[in-house]
Design a binder for this molecule. Sequence first.
Ligand code: S3P
Length: 427
Amino acid sequence: MKLKNARRLRGTVLVPGDKSISHRAIMFGAISEGTTEITNFLQGADCLSTIACFRNMGISIENKNGCILVHGKGLHGLSEPGGCLDVGNSGTTARLISGILAGQSFASSLTGDASIQKRPMKRILVPLSEMGADVSSQNGNGCAPLLFHPAKLHGVSYSSPVASAQVKSCILLAGLYADGMTSVTEPALSRNHTELMLSAFGADIKKDGAAVSVLPEPHLKGLKVEVPGDISSAAYFIAAGLLAQDAEILIQNVGVNPTRDGILKVICAMGGQVSKLNERIVSGEPVCDLLVTSSQLKGTTIEGDLIPSLIDEIPMIAVLAAFAEGVTKIKDAAELQVKESNRIHTVTENLRRMGANVTPAEDGMVICGSRSLLHGAEFDSYMDHRIAMAFAVAALALHEPCCMKDAECVNISYPSFYSDMEKLFCE
Ligand code: S3P
């Protein structure tokens, strides 16, 4: 795909619903009693994989005119799937659904695309086995396909070696089917949508310092869930606005949960102008509108506890760093290696193609920013939606011909990304 350049950006954008919250609303609705009505659901391929998996386990899910109705059957109402569950490209589906499958009275299996079959599942197999689950990696390599057989689950106190909301959520969901309290501690706080939403559905969730615990066999009841706009999708419009020569963009209805808003803190440290307007709470999640204007950026250091709150935004932040003046250091982010692509490699590769000075490391990268080094490039998305969107934004600001291999993979989280961006072009 040929990528467009743009010097002037003006207008308003409404980014699609949050991916993490959309997945959870389907899953929690399916194991609750009664109907869950979801508005502003993300109709991206990953969330549609979650719908398909639960339909395959006997849950009726209507998806009409932007509104989803999940007809839940309660904690023990799922039925044996007809064949292997296919999670597509979705790590969230794979890891969260595993917590539910481990507690069922039927056998099941799950797999996904080539990327999913390389992503580490040992991080959930270890705690699930500790809980007594009968779960294994079919090929013995710690990856999908995963096989589940019925087993009695026990409550555990698990200290996760990684700050991962997918791991934490998997264990908490398995904990709903255990014989006592289950608690999880993580090295830094990851996104807390599971805790917030499961509690709203009626689960007994407690937070005690760094630990989150859940009691088994709750009476979960269907809910209305209004999904806020995804800050991870808003990130591309924020960056486009900051980098354009002349921009003023209003991004409406963006979820700004403090476990997800690290990008706003980094942009502030880089000197970017983004202001929060109309702050409110929607379905238990903080939401606001973001006003972005063109800015001169400077380098910064991103590390430690901040990393889980912006892990999916690092490709976009790395692009901003290439345009900023000075050095940006990204540390403590080894998790980038095990995302939809190895994002340390795929970001480094694409930054180098556009002339940026980047040194990769095991846990991040160092970028010596300078606009004058940068030029047009042929990018490769490596079939990773976030790489495609981050470098499409780089192309906007490069003012030289650019193109992208496998640009259509944005369908995973943002099917209308390119057309929404074009609506802001003013020349
Ligand atoms: C997600 C958690 C994060 C994030 C992913 C979505 C979630 O993954 O990168 O895009 O919805 O729980 P990890 O839990 O592996 O950090």
